[in-house]
Structures are given as structure tokens and as C-alpha cells.
Write a protein of this length. Structure first.
Length: 469
């Protein structure tokens, strides 16, 4: 079937950029992105492209070219479903915060709601594409809901996991290492796979498009994220040994990364990985392993998360012990809140956990991030505290220790210590001499991303600590 009309449910970090690139590369396909969040859709439709709800390098250029031509953003979900040949599901699938599988399993509530809505509305055959990361065999659940509650039309469910990384999403979509499409190995399943292959063939060459059965595709996404996160936890584990032995983690990473079997990427020791995917997907994998009675496999992968939690805590503790065992009443400047540079996304950012620990010890934290808003920063902390059972009164009290600045100098001036939590490029080029002069002494810098010039900062007089050095 030739696809002429695509609908995507979920205008988030995945749905928005992915559909913008599909529309850009496939001028003959009409792409409509729908979302129940009216404010988000209004932001996608804002004339001023600086107001798009997601900051992603290159995204506004792509949107400017195709919005209103063959790319549309709307809250009218029913109409978009009805007129589409192919429907992508890109709604969020957070870790469950209640009931069975709490804290581990993915919450598929929104995915299920989408399936029920599609089944109710669809009056013609549709191809349904899972874009959200889902537990293995979710396609089966979707197929059952669609077939038992639908209007007698045919649905083919495909899995087409997203491998884009935030901050480089547009480039990752335009020049994908590979696209993975899983589908039923029946004649109609294979036809559906081919329809999606044809969409991507508008800009990718056939060698970059892998096709598999549905279950392999679903599991490959979890596996890719688990392997990537495992590499970071592995190098972060080595960073702790480096600090104890005077080895240098960057030299170690370089030494092993030049072995072509290991490769150089994803070996940057840090304050810990964040983002909406790694932790959620590994917890989900662990939950699945336990479900399938594979406790040793579950424990193996769970250790990746435990090590990451340890790394975040280790960093916060290092700040406290270095500042003579207390940060109570001290001004600690946090440079960066996003989970990595070039994004305004702070989901699961290490900064949240480091800040929480410092606040617990009585610090006043002064945050500066070039892209994350004050309301988001406070909401991130409040959400963590709510999950941990902190009362509303105590949350209000704790928030009095949180100050967010739109100017880095306000965060840095008169601070006792500075912690770099996101690797934003601008931090490297600050006037560090000037910053030193306006700080309490001894002036501490804790570089959780290893981006600052140690020699230069030591020369100025800073007391500087890094990860794994
Ligand atoms: C995606 C994937 O869905 C997730 O599985 C993956 O692991 C990470 O990326 P993301 O795009 O980052 O999620 O999520 P988010 O930015 O929260 O966007 C999801 C959107 O879906 C939201 O705008 C939300 O309003 C919308 N939504 C949610 C609906 O339109 N309908 C619903 O029923 C639920
Ligand atoms: C990740 C996957 O890379 C992507 O394929 C998948 O689709 C979604 O999840 P993302 O979360 O956007 O993408 O960012 P990524 O670049 O993978 O970084 C994740 C976290 O790991 C960040 O906090 C980053 O700072 C950290 N990281 C990454 C390190 O600490 N060290 C590294 O060497 C690499």
C-alpha cells in the first residue's frame, strides 16, 4: 500500500522531530501530529519558531520548511486517525508509579488508550506503528485491543523503535545508522513492512533499513539502550577506581577505545546518565526478566542502574565532604540542569539527584541552565520529593533552598562551590578568573562532565575535582 497520509499520536521529543523529518523528506505524504495537550500543539503551531515546545538543533529550520505544507499539528485526534493510512503511536510510556510493577514496569496506559481510540474511530484498514519504547510482546496486546474493539477493519501492527538521541535528533533522523522495522511474517504483515520501508526509502538507502519479526524489533530497542547505558556504568565504575589509584579515566577510556572491538564512543565518565530512556528501559527489561523467571539476568541488568545511582550520590557526597563535611547554609552553584547539552529536556537528569542530596544537607542551590526553565527545575524536584513521600509542607520548605537564575553570574557570585552537571559548551568559555575573584575561598569546582581546563583553573587558584582523575 502506498502511504499518502500519516498520523502520529504524541507530539513529544520523539513524535515531533521524527514526523517533521518524514514530512520534510516525503513531500507527497501528508503528516498530521496530534496530541491531547492543547498548549503543546499551540506551541508547535506558534508563528515564532523560538517557541516550539522542544529545543533541538536544526528542528526549527525543518519545521519552517514544511509546516502548513504537508506537516500539521492538531488536537483533533479522531479526524487525523480516520484519514490516515498509517498511524504512529509516540505517546509516553513512563515507569509505573503505582500498583503492580510499581517503580519497574512501563506504564502502558496511554498506549492502550490510543489503541482503543484508533479502534473506535477507524472505518478503513490501517497500519499501526509502535514508536514508543515498549515491553516485548506489546504488539500482541495492541493487536488484541484493535481486533476486538474495532469496526471490522484490518490492522497491521509494526514495531519501528526510535534510536534518535536528543540534541542530535535531526541529524540522527536524516543520517540514521539504521532504521528497524519489525512486523508479522504473514503476507499482509510483509506488505505493511514494505509500506514503511518505502517511506524511509525516500532518504535512506536500503542497506540502512533492517526488517525483523515484531518481537526482535521490540527487544532490540531495549537491548540497544541497555548496552549503551551499560557502557556508561562500566566507565563510571572505572572512574571510581581511577580516583582511588591516581589512574586517569580519560587515558583509560582512550586506551581501551582504540581497540576496534571496543570502539571509542560512549566511554565518557560522568556524574551519571539521565534522560527519559535508559533507566526506564532497563527497569522495564529487569521487570520482564523477573516475569519470565530469569532472576540472574534481571540482577545483571539491574546493576547498571545501581551503579548509576551510586555515581550520582558519590558526586554529591564528594562535594559535601570536600566542603568540610557540611554544605548547610552554603551557596552551591549548579551549572546545567538538562540531562545532556543541547536539549531543554531534564527527565531523570543527574542534576535532580545531586541537587536533592545537597538540599538534604542544608545547601542553598543556585541553578543556571541555558535552556531549562525555573518552573521545570522546581517541578523536577517537587516530583522526586512527592515520589519519596515528602509532604506538601516540607516540599514548600525545601523549595526555599532552590534559586534559579537566567544569568550565570547571579548563580556563581558569592558561591562556596560550583558543580558542573551538564556539558554545555558555554561553561568552558566563562571568565573563570573573574568567577574566582567573586567566590568564597577556598573556591571549589566539581566538574561532573570533565569539560573544564584543570590546569588553567588550578593556576587561577581553584580547588578542582573531576570524575575519574
Ligand atoms: C517517547 C516515547 O514515547 C517513549 O516510549 C520513549 O521511551 C521516549 O520517547 P517522548 O516523545 O519523549 O516519549 O515523550 P513526551 O515528550 O512526553 O511526549 C509524549 C506526548 O504524547 C505528550 O505530548 C502527551 O501529551 C502525548 N499524549 C500522551 C497524547 O497525545 N495522548 C495520550 O493519551 C498520552
Ligand atoms: C538515548 C539513546 O542514545 C537513543 O538511541 C535512544 O533512542 C534514546 O535514549 P538520549 O537519552 O537522548 O538517547 O541521549 P544519549 O546521548 O544516549 O545520552 C544519555 C545519557 O548518557 C546522558 O545523560 C549523557 O550525558 C550520558 N552519557 C552519554 C554519558 O554520561 N557518557 C557517555 O559517554 C555518553
Amino acid at each position: 500500500m502506498e502511504i499518502k497520509n500519516i498520523c502520529c499520536i504524541g507530539a513529544g521529543y520523539v513524535g515531533g522531530p521524527t514526523m517533521s523529518v518524514i514530512a520534510f523528506k516525503c513531500p507527497n505524504i501528508k503528516v498530521t501530529v496530534v496530541d491531547i495537550n492543547e498548549a503543546r500543539i499551540a506551541a508547535w503551531n506558534d508563528k515564532n519558531l523560538d517557541n516550539l515546545p522542544i529545543y533541538e538543533p536544526g528542528l526549527s529550520d525543518v519545521v519552517a520548511k514544511v509546516r502548513g505544507e504537508n506537516l500539521f499539528f492538531s488536537t483533533d485526534v479522531d479526524t487525523a486517525i480516520e484519514s490516515a493510512d498509517m498511524i504512529f503511536i509516540a505517546v509516553n510510556t513512563p515507569t509505573k508509579t503505582y500498583g503492580e510493577g510499581k517503580g519497574m514496569a512501563s506504564d502502558l496506559k496511554y498506549v492502550e488508550l490510543c489503541a482503543r481510540q484508533i479502534a473506535r474511530v477507524a472505518k478503513s484498514d490501517k497500519i499501526i506503528v509502535e514508536k514508543s519504547t515498549l515491553p516485548v510482546r506489546t504488539a500482541e496486546t495492541l493487536q488484541t485491543i484493535l481486533d476486538t474493539t474495532g469496526n471490522g477493519v484490518n490492522f497491521e501492527v509494526l514495531s519501528n523503535p526510535e534510536f534518535l538521541a536528543e540534541g542530535t535528533a535531526i541529524n540522527d533522523l536524516l543520517n540514521a545508522d539504521r532504521v528497524l522495522i519489525g512486523g508479522n511474517q504473514t503476507p499482509s504483515g510483509k506488505r505493511a513492512i514494505q509500506s514503511l520501508v518505502d517511506v524511509y526509502s525516500n532518504w535512506l538507502n536500503p542497506k540502512q533499513i533492517l526488517t525483523t519479526n515484531v518481537w526482535s524489533s521490540e527487544l532490540s530497542k531495549l537491548t540497544a539502550n541497555a548496552f549503551l547505558a551499560q557502557r556508561i556504568s562500566s566507565i563510571n565504575a572505572m572512574s571510581a577506581i581511577c580516583e582511588a589509584t591516581e589512574a586517569n579515566v580519560e587515558e583509560v577510556a582512550n586506551a581501551i577505545g582504540t581497540d576496534s572491538r571496543i570502539g571509542p564512543k560512549f566511554l565518557k565518565a560522568s556524574v551519571g546518565f539521565g534522560g527519559s530512556c535508559f533507566q526506564k528501559d532497563i527497569l522495564n527489561l529487569v521487570y520482564l526478566c523477573r516475569f519470565f523467571n530469569l532472576p540472574e539476568v534481571a540482577d545483571y541488568w539491574e546493576q547498571v542502574i545501581k551503579l548509576n545511582n551510586y555515581q550520582k550520590l558519590r558526586f554529591a557526597r564528594k562535594i559535601i565532604t570536600s566542603l568540610f563535611n557540611t554544605v548547610s547554609g552554603k551557596k552551591i552553584a549548579l551549572l546545567g540542569w538538562a540531562f545532556k547539552k543541547d536539549t531543554n529536556d531534564s527527565r531523570e537528569s543527574a542534576a535532580i539527584y545531586v541537587a536533592d542530596h545537597l538540599i538534604e544537607d542544608g545547601a542553598d542551590i543556585h541553578v543556571y541552565d541555558p535552556k531549562v526553565s525555573a518552573s521545570k527545575i522546581k517541578a523536577d524536584l517537587s516530583y522526586l520529593w512527592q515520589l519519596n513521600g515528602v509532604t506538601e509542607t516540607d516540599i514548600t520548605k525545601k523549595l526555599k533552598q532552590v534559586f534559579v537564575h537566567t544569568n550565570s553570574n547571579d548563580a556563581l557570585t558569592n558561591s562556596h562551590a560550583i558543580a558542573v552537571l551538564t556539558e554545555w559548551d558555554e561553561f568552558k568559555n566563562y571568565n573563570w578568573k573573574n568567577i574566582y575573584e567573586n567566590m568564597y575561598k577556598p573556591a571549589f569546582v566539581f566538574d561532573g562532565r570533565n569539560i573544564l581546563d584543570i590546569k588553567k583553573l588550578k593556576g587561577i587558584g581553584f580547588y578542582i575535582q573531576n570524575i575519574g582523575k
